[in-house]
Every structure is written in structure tokens, then in C-alpha cells.
Design a protein around this ligand. Structure first.
Ligand SMILES: O=C[C@H](O)COP(=O)(O)O
Length: 256
């Protein structure tokens, strides 16, 4: 089963509308470096989504960084699926560890968001990953299996309708990473959980990304692993030259 490789930039709380325009301009001058065999996306803050959708080249899809599981309601500060549908986003990052840790998102809330996002026609990027304490106490597999299993409980049995991102919390924004072999082991274990949730055929289609301190210099070694289908990148995705460099490095990984 060949899965299209994928590079996703999560801009977190960075970039104004003007900065989004500048990013798109640079990207537009480098389009020849984006392989037609891969999928690309960036996930700007809500305020820049609409502009991103207009100014980014069509090869680069737009994703949101979160959404509420309800279609509307008295949820101050939240954004719902119909609002994102109007903009035309393709992906929604759900259950990012920063949302889980700082905004108290539970596995069950993330599960309901996955269901709502798929109902709205978006492809959720379901994030899972252990924190430092969990890693040190040998709980990595237990934690990612639980987050994946609950996250997929209400998901459609369709491997093309979901993307999973394995992001060890201790690797996010720290410059530290697991070895590609260790990331591969965890991602292969995640795929086994997907087999149980979605069935073997759909699990073989499901793309599972690695995220955490990915940059142009290390991306190729991660995506060269059999089960790692791309990267979810924070810091290094903010600079368009760096985004393009990662796209090029991924494109050069052969034998997939
Ligand atoms: O969503 C992206 C991740 O949190 C990774 O962030 P980072 O590439 O800055 O470590």
C-alpha cells in the first residue's frame, strides 16, 4: 500500500494576515519544488484562515488548528464546523498536546471533535503523544494506544478520512527528538490500534505523521521509515524557505 507523503505546517499562535500573505508570496515563487506526489497543508490561526485559503497556491491546502464539537452554541471563544466549512478548510488538527494540556481537552472531547469534523467533510489530524513523565515511566505505548483508540471510537471506517500525528510532547519545540527507529516503533504500534478501530484495509491507507522538532536537516530520516508518512511541523514551518526545504528533502526520499 502506497500512502502519499504529507507535510503539514502548524503555525500555532503565529502569523498575522500580513505575514500569511508574505509566506504565500515566497511559496508561490518556489512551487516547482513541491512534488506533485505529495500533499501539503498549513494550519494558520483562525484569523488568517480565510486569507490563507485565497492567497496560498492550490497545492497547499489549509487546515484549522482546532474546532468545537458542537455546531453552534454559547461557547465563547470557540469556532464550529459550519464556520470552517465556509472558508473551505480541508484539515482540522485535533487533540494537539497543547490543547490537551493547556485547555484541558479530554480523550472523549477529542473523539467527539473527530466525529464532528468528519461529518463536516474535514479530514481530522488526530494528535497523540506521551509526555516526559509518561515516557520515563515506560508508558509511551499505553498512552498513545489509549489516545488513538478513544480518538477513533466514533470515526468513519475510512483510512482516507483521517490522519494521525504522533507527537511526543517532550520533543515539541525542544530540539529533542526520538530516533527515527523509535518513532517508527511507536507509529507501527499506533497502526495496530488503527487496524482494530478501522479494519486492516483502512489502517493500511491511514497516514500517520511524526511531529516534534522536525526541521529541514532531520525530516528525511523520519519519512524514510516505513510507517512514517510525513511530518506535522511547528516552528520550522513558519519560514517559507524552511517549509520548501522540508518539502524538497521529503521529495528526495525514495523507495516508498
Ligand atoms: O504541531 C506541531 C508540533 O507541536 C511540533 O512543533 P515543533 O515542530 O515546533 O516542535
Amino acid at each position: 500500500m502506497t500512502r502519499r507523503k504529507m507535510l503539514v505546517g502548524n503555525w500555532k499562535m503565529y502569523k498575522t494576515i500580513a505575514e500569511t500573505r508574505s509566506f504565500a508570496e515566497v511559496l508561490g515563487r518556489n512551487l516547482g519544488k513541491l512534488s506533485a506526489e505529495m500533499d501539503f497543508a498549513v494550519c494558520p490561526p483562525f484569523t488568517a484562515l480565510q486569507v490563507a485559503k485565497v492567497v496560498l497556491p492550490t497545492q497547499v491546502a489549509v487546515g484549522a488548528q482546532n474546532m468545537h464539537q458542537s455546531k453552534n452554541g454559547a461557547f465563547t471563544g470557540e469556532v464550529a464546523a459550519p464556520m470552517l466549512q465556509e472558508i473551505g478548510v480541508k484539515y482540522v488538527v485535533l487533540g494537539h498536546s497543547e490543547r490537551r494540556q493547556m485547555f484541558a481537552e479530554t480523550d472523549e472531547a477529542v473523539r467527539d471533535k473527530v466525529e464532528a469534523a468528519q461529518e463536516a467533510g474535514f479530514i481530522p489530524i488526530l494528535c497523540v503523544g506521551e509526555n516526559d513523565a509518561e515516557r520515563n515511566s515506560g508508558e509511551t505505548m499505553t498512552v498513545v494506544a489509549r489516545q488513538t483508540q478513544i480518538g477513533l471510537e466514533k470515526a468513519r471506517p475510512d483510512g482516507d478520512a483521517i490522519v494521525i500525528a504522533y507527537e511526543p510532547v517532550w520533543a515539541i519545540g525542544t530540539g529533542k527528538t526520538p530516533s527515527p527507529k523509535d518513532a517508527e516503533k511507536v507509529i507501527a504500534a499506533i497502526r495496530e490500534v488503527v487496524v482494530v478501530a478501522l479494519g486492516e484495509t483502512e489502517a493500511a491507507k491511514t497516514r500517520i505523521l511524526y511531529g516534534g522538532s522536525v526541521k529541514p536537516a532531520n525530516i528525511a530520516e523520519f519519512v524514510a521509515e516505513k510507517d512514517i508518512d510525513g511530518a506535522l511541523v511547528g516552528g520550522a514551518s513558519l519560514d517559507p524557505e524552511s517549509f520548501v526545504a522540508m518539502a524538497e528533502a521529503m521529495g528526495q526520499v525514495s523507495g516508498r
